[in-house]
Write a protein that binds this ligand. Structure first.
Ligand code: PHE
Length: 339
């Protein structure tokens, strides 16, 4: 048995490990429940008493040697991996993930900057509004069906407190306190009680514009909107004004731009009409001016309003409005190179 132990000793000394797994196998082989040492201890019990002392010492030495060897192997490996983890300055750096602005923010600032170049100021106002600023002062008579054109979220009744359905309310606030002439745009979030679909959302963003001065004409409105369309979509774009109805403008119109995808020839995006609707506009109704204490015999004005999501859909050819609200990183990343 003593010779046997010597042989095991020799074998254990020769052992070399390169991985954690190999060390573990080594440990199980020697120290495991059914391992070599367990075997030796079992045989040891059967030895005659006079051999026990010497053999016992040898087995214990072997056990100690193996335990220490395992520890040494483990720390050796750890040292090694430390070395591997230390910084290697010759490696290329990991790619830096840059963020992207949200497409709605991009388009919003583009619209704002176009109108800034025409001398428009920016005005902002509350999202929670009263009936006067959203409807009554804009020539929506009480109980008039035009109020249903914009399904409203009411917060309180009598007096009505509601979420603004358009940022025209901000322009009323400007008319109340700013001196004439007024040339302002009001970007902001608006709310409408509509089912969410690919074409509509209950929250969206608008930029509405108002220009009031002496001798402002429909021709000024048309030229302003043509300038806007060309700056936004390129010089080749054409515009078309269709008669429409809004309580606060007279005459009122809706503006279309020539379809950028088919160049006006007709495709499935423009539903084979060659045109895409983009905004509402018109000459400010004299009633609205008078409600806001502006002399409608001296002053005239025009107003327009557009949905930022709508402009962004046309600009980026996104067919489903909901994508702008879901904040799926795979969608947003595609705008990283836009300004
Ligand atoms: N306020 C209208 C809307 O939200 C848009 C508009 C603004 C139309 C100004 C005409 C003039 O639908």
């Amino acid at each position: 048995m003593l010779q046997n132990i010597d042989r095991i000793f020799e074998e254990a000394k020769q052992f070399k490990a390169r991985t954690k797994e190999e060390i573990e196998q080594f440990r199980i082989l020697y120290l495991g429940k059914k391992g070599i040492l367990a075997d030796l201890f079992r045989n040891f019990k059967e030895l005659p008493v006079e051999q026990k002392k010497e053999t016992g010492q040898k087995i214990n030495q072997l056990k100690q040697f193996i335990t220490e060897k395992i520890e040494a192997l483990q720390t050796g490996l750890a040292d090694d991996s430390d070395h591997r983890n230390s910084t290697d300055f010759t490696l290329p750096g990991p790619p830096v993930q840059t963020g992207a602005r949200h497409p709605i923010s991009i388009v919003r600032s583009e619209i704002i900057s176009i109108f800034n170049r025409l001398g428009y100021t920016i005005s902002e106002g509350p999202e929670i509004e009263d009936d006067w600023h959203v409807f009554s002062s804009l020539n929506f008579p009480p109980e008039h069906p035009a109020r249903d054109m914009q399904d409203t979220f009411f917060i309180e009744k009598d007096p009505d407190i509601l979420l603004r359905t358009h940022t025209s309310s901000v322009q009323v606030r400007v008319m109340e306190k700013e001196p004439l002439p007024i040339r302002t745009i009001s970007p902001g979030r608006v709310f409408r009680n509509e089912a969410v679909s690919a074409r509509a959302h209950c929250i969206f963003h608008q930029v509405e514009g108002l220009y009031i001065d002496e001798n402002v004409s429909f021709a000024d409105l048309k030229q302003t909107l043509l300038y806007f369309a060309q700056e936004m979509f390129g010089k080749e774009v054409e515009i078309r004004l269709r008669p429409s109805y809004f309580p606060f403008t007279e005459p009122s119109a809706e503006m279309d731009i020539s379809c950028q995808i088919c160049g006006g020839k007709g495709c499935n995006v423009c539903k084979y009409t060659g045109w895409l609707e983009i905004l509402g506009c018109g000459m400010v109704d004299p009633n609205v001016l008078e409600f806001n204490h502006i002399d409608s015999y001296k002053y005239t004005g025009f107003a327009f309003g557009m949905g930022v999501e709508r402009v962004a859909m046309l600009k980026y050819q996104v067919k489903d409005l909901r994508l702008y609200f879901e904040n799926d990183i795979r969608f947003l990343e595609q705008f990283a190179s836009a300004w």
